[in-house]
Design a protein around this ligand. Structure first.
Ligand code: ZN
Ligand code: ZN
Length: 260
């Protein structure tokens, strides 16, 4: 019933007990997990998870803006080969992060543009990360959208200038556990404003555990808390939010299945 649309299950935090983590996800009524892999090793491990848990764990692959400097010419070949074998459900995460600037902004912008082009060529949704870079994110998406761009703005931080631009361009917006943090007033206001048919939920685990588990490792089963908070804000039941956000995720990531 729930879909965690953004997890990092190949991080070392899950090395020791991943099967138990996935069992808890199933017990919490998660119907699928989109796992985001950000380097060759992670892609390999994630594809293995997709094989070990067929129809449950799906793989998206990209390069985090932090690692934009790692881009090289073979990146495109690699992604298109995987996409042609139907092994990926998304390209990303990709985008801009000016908070740490671990890669120079110019390099981040260049790589972000490449990935938005690749996503459209391969007809896959883009998973977009934007932190303290709203203006540039909006401009680049507008410029690179050849009318075929679909995707999600993940881990939305509440900047509604970015949010409205994303909605205008047909993107989905995804909320994580930080919506439950006491200071996250902007994020909660955004969740009230954004229509449910454009919202998705995610954990971004192992990061951003919901308030109740703050300081601990986050895991997919905790996505239920994100749905519950959105439900509370919108005056709906958790069940309604779970069903609607899962339907949105299926429409974006599994268009072939959804058409059946
Ligand atoms: Zn991110
Ligand atoms: Zn992430």
């Amino acid at each position: 019933m729930y879909i965690d649309t953004h997890a990092h299950l190949t991080f070392p935090e899950f090395e020791l007990d991943l099967p138990a983590v996935i069992e808890r996800a199933k017990a919490a009524r998660l119907e699928a997990i989109i796992n985001i892999a950000l380097d060759d090793e992670a892609v390999k491990k994630s594809l293995k998870l997709s094989t070990d848990y067929p129809g449950y764990i799906f793989t998206g692959a990209g390069l985090h803006p932090h690692e934009a400097s790692e881009w090289n010419d073979s990146t495109y070949e690699k992604f298109s080969a995987l996409a042609k074998e139907h092994k990926l459900v998304a390209i990303g995460e990709t985008g801009l992060d000016y908070h740490y600037k671990l890669s120079p902004p110019d390099q981040q912008k260049k790589v972000f543009r490449y990935f938005l082009q690749i996503a459209q060529e391969l007809d896959l949704p883009a998973v977009i990360h934007s932190r303290e870079a709203a203006r540039d994110t909006i401009n680049i998406i507008r410029e690179e959208n050849k009318g075929k761009l679909k995707g999600v703005l993940h881990c939305f931080a509440g900047d509604m200038e970015l949010g409205r631009a994303a909605l205008e361009m047909g993107l989905y917006i995804s909320f994580t556990g930080n919506i439950t943090y006491p200071k996250a007033i902007e994020i909660r206001n955004a969740a009230k404003e954004i229509p449910l048919e454009r919202i998705m939920i995610e954990t971004d685990c192992p990061f951003l555990a919901p308030q109740q588990f703050r300081g601990q490792r986050n895991e997919p089963s905790f996505v239920v808390k994100v749905a519950a908070k959105i439900a509370e804000l919108k005056g709906l039941s958790g069940e309604t939010v779970a069903i609607a956000t899962a339907e949105n995720a299926r429409r974006l990531f599994f268009p072939r299945e959804a058409r059946r």
